[in-house]
Design a protein around this ligand. Structure first.
Ligand code: GDP
Ligand code: MG
Length: 597
């Protein structure tokens, strides 16, 4: 059975190719946005999402479309996160659809995320409607972009719809293409329930709200449901749809996209990718491809003011209620005192959480350098995983260390291929393939995740004058010759500053860190040595020169407002420092390892 008048689809694109703008235009044309609450980028709801122009949640919206011939359709548009940290969420949102609009900027052509996203859609057996966007731009080359889609992804150029989210040109054609080319959902509403969770959030009154796509059967209030991977059962309170807020409805039949409240208290029980079925009448198999949310980047978070420890814990608990992919556990550092080791899906996820803690919970934090998870086999045969450099054993106790690798895909104009290959070589990358696409090249490499974590993207952009783009996926563990570098300030090891580094890079990184630290630690009445060591052996050394400069001395009297500003600036800077004996170490020093060379 098919639900002939429903279309479930998503928009996928490389970042900045105009996904949010086009989504807004579609919403506007279908009357989903009243003039009153018309704002830019309606689907990006969190304040942070709007500010940074990224989508973290897979916000769906239900729209009514009346064709020129009078036929009525329901469109469920599912907006997907646009960042590699959230690629698993993207793949689950796509699994909730029958088709996608694949957007390409007419002035940029196919980019790395265009290819990766297109393959996510192909892997999910989705129909692809190619859209060449931003055709209003003077530099637009719609035919060229369409030809690239054909060449790279095999989508016939003739099928492409030319459009502009800015002017609205081509939007009516896109709406018609959705009806004509994206299949209606199939599924038997009488069969045992089978629904896919593609996102969720925590509501203080109703508990976890699940965003679901019903594949088989029908979901009704009072149904007894079972979460197949979590192995837990619940009773449905309410179901409904999105338009765009949560609207209560009475049933969700096969083919529908909607939400379910079932008194679920713990978001860990309702993970993205899990399958809902009936408690009594179960579907044979869960929807394939479930992966429990797994943090891949870890960092220590410490309150600058030790009094704030409890406040930080409460804030972390609140954030975790809403984010199954985020985790934390208490951690103690000799240098920083009591804090938490936090796990994230990637650096962007880490930044978002940290920013929310500082902004929404008014906390001042010291964050230690982000680290990946290493797998260590000791000489006594014991195997353990660690993401905390402070726990990393000395070399004599290590039999084998393995580190996470990614498959990295880079798109770059051919004139930059040489320097980019050199960069990848420096990052211990191994080339897999190299494809020419017109005057551009797609490079596919296997690279240690740690090597691209910090500044790789910035380096890539600066080497290519902004033209290169990248995307990646985790591919598992490989052996690596890794060492722990300790950092000493004023002859004392500061555990929270330790980093894990590849053997070939210990000297250069040690040098970089001590230099950066000597630069950012305020001067004292006495010189302060900063050293990098491996197993007690000094590999780099720098000195913070004596005498603290009085910032006011720079003012030559006079301008009182300028003086005030400087004083304020100094006060602010001081808030994010930690005192070690008489030496103050600012937040910047903890991230010295991230500094660009
Ligand atoms: P997203 O990252 O894919 O969601 O992209 P956005 O919708 O946020 O758009 C990125 C930038 O491109 C913004 O500055 C938009 O104003 C601009 N933009 C989006 N669509 C168009 C278009 O059709 N024409 C032009 N000229 N600019 C556009
Ligand atoms: Mg966007």
């Amino acid at each position: 059975t098919r639900s002939p008048n429903i279309r479930n689809f998503s928009i996928i694109a490389h970042v900045d190719h105009g996904k949010s703008t086009l989504a807004d235009r579609i919403l506007e044309q279908l009357g989903a946005m009243g003039e009153r609450d018309k704002r830019d980028q309606t689907l990006d709801t969190l304040e942070l999402e709007r500010e940074r122009g990224i989508t973290i949640k897979s916000t769906p919206i239900r729209l009514q479309y009346v064709r020129p011939n009078g036929e009525e359709y329901v469109f469920n548009l599912i907006d997907t996160p646009g960042h590699v940290d959230f690629n698993y969420e993207v793949s689950r949102s796509l699994a909730a659809c029958e088709g996608v609009l694949l957007l390409v900027d007419a002035s940029q052509g196919v980019e790395a995320q265009t290819i990766v996203n297109a393959y996510l859609a192909i892997d999910n057996d989705l129909e692809i409607v190619p859209v060449v966007n931003k055709i209003d731009l003077p530099a637009a080359d719609p035919e060229g972009a369409a030809a690239e889609l054909e060449e790279v992804i095999g989508i016939p150029a003739d099928n492409a719809v030319f459009a502009s989210g800015k002017t609205g040109q081509g939007v009516p054609e896109i709406l018609e293409a959705i009806v004509e080319h994206i299949p209606a959902p199939s599924g038997d509403p009488q069969a045992p329930l089978k629904a896919l969770i593609f996102d969720s959030f925590f509501d203080a009154y109703q508990g976890v709200i699940l965003f679901v796509r019903v594949l088989e059967g029908t979901l009704n209030p009072k149904d007894q449901i079972h979460l197949m991977n979590a192995g837990k059962s619940f009773e449905v309170d309410k179901v409904g749809t999105f338009s765009p807020g949560l609207v209560v409805g009475d049933t969700l039949p096969a083919g529908a996209v909607g939400w379910v409240a079932a008194g679920i208290k713990d978001i860990q029980d309702a993970q993205v990718g899990d399958t809902l079925t009936g408690k009594e009448s179960r579907t044979a198999e869960p929807f394939p491809g479930f992966k429990p949310a797994q943090p891949v980047v870890f960092s220590g978070l410490y309150p600058t003011d030790t009094e704030d420890y409890r406040k930080l814990r409460e804030a972390l608990e609140k954030l975790k209620l809403n984010d199954a992919a985020f985790n934390f556990e208490p951690e103690t550092s000799e240098a920083l005192g009591f804090g938490f080791r936090c796990g994230f899906l990637g650096l962007l996820h880490a930044e978002i959480i940290q920013e929310r803690l500082e902004r929404e919970y008014d906390l001042d934090l010291i964050a230690t350098a982000p680290a990946v998870v290493y797998r260590v086999t000791l000489t006594n045969g014991e195997v353990f995983e660690t993401q905390n450099p402070a726990e990393f054993p000395t070399r004599d106790r290590i039999e084998l260390v393995e580190e996470p690798y990614i498959k990295l895909s880079v798109m770059v104009p051919e004139e930059y291929v040489g320097p980019i290959m050199q960069l990848l070589q420096e990052r211990r990358g191994a080339m897999q393939t190299m494809n020419y696409i017109g005057k551009r090249v797609e490079l596919v490499y296997e690279v240690p995740f740690a090597e691209i974590l910090y500044d790789f993207h910035d380096r890539l952009k600066s080497i290519s004058r902004g033209y290169a783009s990248m995307d990646y996926e985790q591919i598992g563990y490989r052996e690596g010759d890794l060492r722990k570098v300790d950092i000493l300030v004023n002859n004392e090891v500061i555990d929270a500053l330790a980093v894990i580094v590849h053997e070939t890079k210990t000297y250069s990184l040690g040098r970089k860190i001590v230099d950066k630290m000597a630069e950012v630690i305020p001067r004292q009445m006495f010189p302060v040595p900063v050293q990098a060591t491996i197993g007690g052996k000094i590999i780099a050394r720098a000195t913070v020169k004596a005498f603290r400069k009085d910032v006011l001395a720079k003012c030559y009297g006079g301008d009182i407002t300028r003086k005030k500003k400087l004083l304020e600036k100094q006060k602010k800077g001081r808030a994010r420092m930690k005192q070690f004996g008489t030496v103050e170490v600012p937040q910047e020093a903890f991230l010295a390892v991230l500094a660009n060379e």
